[in-house]
Design a protein around this ligand. Sequence first.
Ligand code: DAH
Length: 319
Amino acid sequence: MEELEKLKKELKKLNAEYAKIKDIAPEKRGEFGRSLNAKKMALLDQIMKAEEAQFDAEVLPLDISAPCAPNEKLPELYSVLEGSLHPLMVELDRVISIYQSMGFDAVESRQLDDEYHMFDSLNFAKEHPARDGYDTFRTEEGFIPPAHTSTMQNRVLKKFKSRLDEGKEIAVVVPGRVYRNEDVDATHEHTFYQCEGVYVSRDCTMGQMLGILREFFEKYYEQKLNIRTQPGYFPFTEPSLEFMIEKPKSLGGKKGDFLEMLGCGMIHPNVLKMAGIDPEVYHGFAWGGGIDRLVMLRYGLNDVRHFESGNLQFLRNFK
Ligand code: DAH
């Protein structure tokens, strides 16, 4: 500690020496400057080492077996190194709690999956060009970092199927990280988050689905919203819709400014069948949409790349 103070004082003195350069005869200035620089480099090196030693002395004596908090230095260090949850995680928690308040269970997606769950179980015909629409990455072994959270539908349906036998319904949301081999720009990232919803019962309807989605978005943006749908195409739903909300005035929107928030539809009978659920008896609806986009609208962000950038200046805005 004292050593460090001493070195810093020396550095200050040395820095002051530079002011003398102008009084020195021009032919000697070069040599004078070089010798000052050399001293300064050596001093800075010593200071860096002393700072490291000081840091080690403060951090390393952490006794992880200590019963309570005898490491008094710890709170001080924490206040210097304080971190926070990533904004996407904070918002994902909000998303999940809204669905939970409506009676949905939450199951996390996975980061590596296979052809069956990513495509086959979702009624993508073999070699169908729709598979290309998902810009999937593949490992050398042929595994797929999932390009959508729908990759979990078959598992969720199988896992919760017994609920149907008990006369209840399947109501699950699946948040997860997804990956696509896309050109990255302000609105496209190779890594982003989605949340999937899956609902199955004897008598559910598209109207119920739209009611759930409206409720979700109105809770998330804390205001009444205008919604609109248009026909879409997904092999795993029939019919399929694109669900849009009108960008609220409070978030900089104008009338008629509709944004597509997710894809949805009635679960295709083949998808139910592949999970061992009889499509003659049960019906379902499902939806899936990006979390990043949801959050960008809420906070008026215009570049999705911030989220994966690790840029502290950006992240600290959300502390
Ligand atoms: N998985 C689709 C995508 O990433 C979104 C989606 C559409 C999910 C329709 C669904 C659905 O569950 O029913 O583009």
